[in-house]
Design a binder for this molecule. Structure first.
Ligand code: 0O2
Length: 234
């Protein structure tokens, strides 16, 4: 037993170091998103991101997924097979923002997009909608460089509202969900999608009005400037 203690310590250290790379990966992605958000706001004069959250998957959830995927307990195997140990969730204002933010992340040189799951274009049977990017990024530790997987989920407020509540309802009830509840959940997802579309249409309409106003103001300004210039010349 006593002989095993150094091994246990080593194992503990190994696990701590293993999880540390995911914490660093989260920080890296969060910083990237913050920079994109500030830059986007400066250029387009509006903020497409409502909020960002991140999490490291709980040990229980990692074990559940290991069982589901038939993954061995070697850390190399876990790292390669469970690609959502580090997860970042970006909540956007409108559906079109989701793809803009997704493209901006994809264009970063050190971000390798390994997989895209577009549950918006192809929503899941239960109604779940979200854009998932599995990316791999380099993390520089004191003695080595590691490539770490991060799952980035990008969704609107309405998609997030539905997913968070469905997650709660589903996790509270451990058995098969009765059909009428499944139908109701799918129905609620449909209503959330309609709300997204309605808000997006309203936003487009207001943007057209704003652009029209801006061009009218520009025209007024140019006419005034020309009048002043000819007055100066005469
Ligand atoms: P948690 O508690 O959020 O971590 P794969 O890893 O590709 O082999 P997986 O994990 O089923 O298989 O991939 P998928 O479908 O992309 O799901 C990844 C994550 O997306 C889930 O993580 C959820 O966070 C979210 N998600 C996917 N489908 C649903 C859904 O139907 N409802 C809700 N509320 N969330 C969903 P975890 O590990 O399942 O859960």
């Amino acid at each position: 037993m006593i002989q095993n203690i150094p091994n246990l310590k080593e194992l503990q250290q190994e696990i701590t170091r293993f999880l540390l790379q995911y914490r660093f990966a989260l920080k890296e992605i969060e910083t990237k998103v913050e920079i994109l958000q500030e830059e986007f706001e400066l250029i387009h004069e509006y903020n497409p991101i409502e909020h960002v959250t991140s999490r490291i998957k709980s040990p229980q959830s990692i074990i559940n997924k290991m069982i589901k995927k038939g993954c061995t307990s070697s850390l190399t195997d876990i790292k390669e097979n469970i690609r959502d140990i580090a997860g970042v969730r970006i909540i956007c204002s409108f559906t079109e923002d989701i793809y803009k933010i997704g493209d901006m992340l994809k264009n970063q040189k050190d971000v390798e997009v390994v997989q895209i799951k577009d549950y918006i274009k192809n929503q899941k049977a239960n109604g779940y909608r979200s854009l998932h990017l599995i990316v791999k990024i380099p993390i520089f530790m004191s003695d080595r460089m590691e490539h770490v997987y991060v799952e980035i989920q990008i969704r609107t407020i309405a998609m997030d509202f539905w997913a968070s509540l469905e997650h709660k309802i589903y996790y509270k009830y451990n058995k098969e969900i009765p059909k009428h509840i499944q139908d109701s959940l799918r129905d609620a997802a449909q209503q959330a999608a309609e709300l997204d579309k309605k808000m997006e249409d309203l936003n487009s309409e207001i943007n057209i009005l704003k652009a029209h106003d801006a061009s009218k103001n520009n025209h007024h300004f140019t006419t005034e400037l020309l009048a002043k210039f000819s007055e100066f010349l005469s």
